[in-house]
Ligand binder design. Structure first.
Ligand SMILES: Nc1nc2c(ncn2[C@@H]2O[C@H](COP(=O)(O)OP(=O)(O)OP(=O)(O)O)[C@@H](O)[C@H]2O)c(=O)[nH]1
Ligand SMILES: [Zn+2]
Length: 198
């Protein structure tokens, strides 16, 4: 199934992660038997499985499932797509927005499929740079448009809650293929995602 709804959890995997979380919580100095924490190992096991559920999903199949022949040759932009991922260094969240554009080459794709592939790649242990390129390459290879552009702006909890503890910094990554490698096309895209015009 290309895009699995996350309602069923594998019981064996959940039990295994649950037991490990019990040890982690105990090692952190807490009492796993106190009322408020009784179900926490299981909740955490399920939460982490959901947050990494992108490994089980095939983003190319999601795009291929909704490609339509259409003779539209101008830029399509989906901006302000919220994303939540986990940094692979600390397994802490990073979150922000993705702005994605493509110029069709005979085929358009169902609009919702773009945020869906963002979620599939975001629900893995990631670095922002690889997340940006995963999305870019998937659209480039699957839809084979005249061009594709991906910009991600994100804040990293590992830099906010711990480490350097910078609350206001954000990181921008970008990738461009095809027509977007030309300055004029790229500039038009960057201007459009910066505007409040929706
Ligand atoms: N390039 C990149 N770095 C990231 C991302 N997420 C977290 N990091 C960084 O990964 C690095 C890991 O560095 P280490 O020195 O091994 O880990 P650390 O001692 O916890 O580092 P500090 O965060 O500086 O305390 C840190 O600089 C993080 O800021 C990401 O998406 N991209
Ligand atoms: Zn981190």
């Amino acid at each position: 199934m290309p895009y699995r709804m996350f309602e069923e959890y594998n019981i064996e995997v959940t039990d295994d992660i649950k037991d490990k979380y019990k040890s982690v919580i105990t090692d952190l100095g807490e009492d796993v038997e106190r009322e408020g924490l009784l179900k926490t190992p299981e909740r955490a096991a399920k939460a982490m499985q959901f947050l990494t559920s992108g490994y089980d999903q095939d983003p190319a199949a999601v795009l291929k499932g909704a490609m339509f022949a259409e003779d539209y040759k101008d830029m399509v932009i989906i901006k302000d797509i919220e994303l939540y991922s986990l940094c692979e260094h600390h397994m802490l969240p990073f979150f922000g927005k993705a702005h994605i554009a493509y110029i069709p080459n005979g085929h358009i794709v169902g609009l919702s499929k773009i945020p869906r592939i963002v979620d599939i790649f975001a629900r893995r242990l990631q670095v922002q740079e690889r997340l940006t390129h995963d999305i870019l390459e998937c659209i480039h290879n699957t839809l084979q448009p005249q061009g594709v552009a991906v910009v991600i702006e994100a804040s990293h909890m590992c830099m906010m809650m711990r480490g350097v503890q910078k609350q206001n910094s954000s990181t921008t990554t970008s990738g461009f293929r095809g027509q977007f490698e030309k300055v004029e096309t790229r500039t038009e895209f960057l201007k459009l995602i910066a505007s409040d015009l929706h």
